[in-house]
Design a protein around this ligand. Structure first.
Ligand SMILES: CC(C)(COP(=O)(O)OP(=O)(O)OC[C@H]1O[C@@H](n2cnc3c(N)ncnc32)[C@H](O)[C@@H]1OP(=O)(O)O)[C@@H](O)C(=O)NCCC(=O)NCCS
Length: 205
């Protein structure tokens, strides 16, 4: 494969929603809702079009990464802006060939050049550690309920940029996909069977 990375164009949206559905299907739960999250995020004011990249093998899109702005809200009600990474995915047949890594490194370099302070995400520490992500609690960042979570990770885009950014991580509404909303959205895709799989098991919170 000869992979190139470029900004996503509106004409790619349907293909990346399909790709996201294929990549996340049955990975974290039977079926998935990340394609709906992506669909909703693009219509949100928090969406960052300048960090919406696709990885292409020729004309075919084989990976996608998007970001939205989020806030870390402190006890006094003050808040700071951070980036929320995700969804990020690679086409199942092309996974583990470096596409995800290239999308993450490329987009974070652009985000740093734009001047964003840091990136927060919910993901597997074993994967994101290689890009410099550490447990968010090291920065004093908790989930929106004030709890420390092993999967909440943070990365400052330049040394010290997340200093003083403490509090609850509050991300965009688009991440809350309702059951009925998903059922309606799913009608626009080919039927796909859901399964319980080993990847859906994770340590207790
Ligand atoms: C996660 C994902 C984007 C990584 O992209 P990729 O192109 O497959 O991965 P890369 O080739 O860049 O990196 C491969 C490495 O990541 C590891 N890896 C891939 N997905 C992983 C995951 N979910 N958890 C832990 N490690 C993972 C591989 O085991 C491999 O490790 P190694 O380098 O030590 O052998 C892709 O596998 C994917 O789309 N997965 C399904 C959707 C998903 O889980 N997205 C991320 C949600 S937080």
């Amino acid at each position: 494969m000869d992979i190139t990375i470029r900004l996503e164009a509106p004409g790619d949206w349907r293909e990346t929603e399909n790709l996201t559905r294929e990549a996340f299907w049955d990975v974290y739960k039977p079926g998935c809702d990340e394609h709906l999250v992506l669909h909703k995020l693009r219509r949100s004011a928090a969406f960052v079009p300048g960090l919406d990249f696709v990885a292409c093998d020729g004309a075919r899109i084989v990976g996608n990464i998007v970001y939205s702005t989020a806030r870390v809200v402190d006890a006094a009600g003050g808040s700071r802006e951070v980036l929320c990474l995700g969804p990020v995915c690679a086409l199942p047949a092309c996974q583990k060939t470096g596409i995800g890594s290239r999308l993450i490194r490329h987009s974070m370099a652009v985000a740093r050049d734009i001047g964003y302070a840091g990136v927060v995400l919910m993901g597997n520490p074993a994967y994101y550690g290689r890009f410099g992500f550490a447990p968010a609690e090291q920065y004093g960042i908790t989930d929106h309920e004030g709890k420390c979570q092993y999967y909440l990770l943070a990365h400052e885009l330049a040394p010290g940029r997340l200093q003083g950014t403490r509090g609850r991580f509050c991300y965009d509404e688009a991440f809350h996909a309702k059951k009925e909303e998903l059922e309606e959205f799913e009608r626009g895709f080919p039927p796909k069977e859901k399964h319980v799989t080993a990847t859906q098991l994770r340590p207790a919170d």
